[in-house]
Design a protein around this ligand. Sequence first.
Ligand SMILES: Cc1cc2nc3c(=O)[nH]c(=O)nc-3n(C[C@H](O)[C@H](O)[C@H](O)COP(=O)(O)O)c2cc1C
Length: 174
Amino acid sequence: MSEQSNARLIAPRITVLVTSVDKQGNVNAAPYSWIMPISFKPAMLCVAIQKRNTRTLKNIKATKEFVVNIVEKKFAKQAVNCAKCFEWNEDKLARENLAKENSEKVSVPRVAEASIALECKLVEIIEPKKADHYLVTAEIVNSVKKKEIDKLDVIMHYSGNLFCIPGEKLILEE
Ligand SMILES: Cc1cc2nc3c(=O)[nH]c(=O)nc-3n(C[C@H](O)[C@H](O)[C@H](O)COP(=O)(O)O)c2cc1C
């Protein structure tokens, strides 16, 4: 993907750590920021995942489940490090000293450090014409909220290693 792509001008975007498991139960985690909600009822989201052989996509295809963990400043470095894969089956959460917690409605664990985790069941994998990413759509079957969303130090992603933390709240009357 080109660093110069015009698609990168749609920024900053929230950073999440997607956890998934393979059929043998090996847990994987990788950071994503091309993510958005697509439905209130049922609650649904989609993640744009590159058309290459990623563990995340392979796991989601195999088990039809994943968890979206909202990344916060306190574990941002470790979460972003999860983009690096040194061995196919390695436990990146353990490598980065991130703890797992059992989810309620899916067999994929969530990240214990995350204040917000969305348990997802795959709906479909769409292949948009011409695009170099798949659109993975999923229903949010359960959410865990340990803190209010506006109390989190979320990490917003521009591209590459450039991020920011929102610093000011605005309430705009309609
Ligand atoms: C902050 C950040 C955001 C990322 N966002 C995306 C994304 O939205 N879509 C994508 O396909 N890859 C994204 N990546 C790259 C994946 O994390 C990378 O391909 C990773 O190696 C996939 O790991 P896996 O093979 O374990 O699934 C992002 C990387 C970083 C560091």
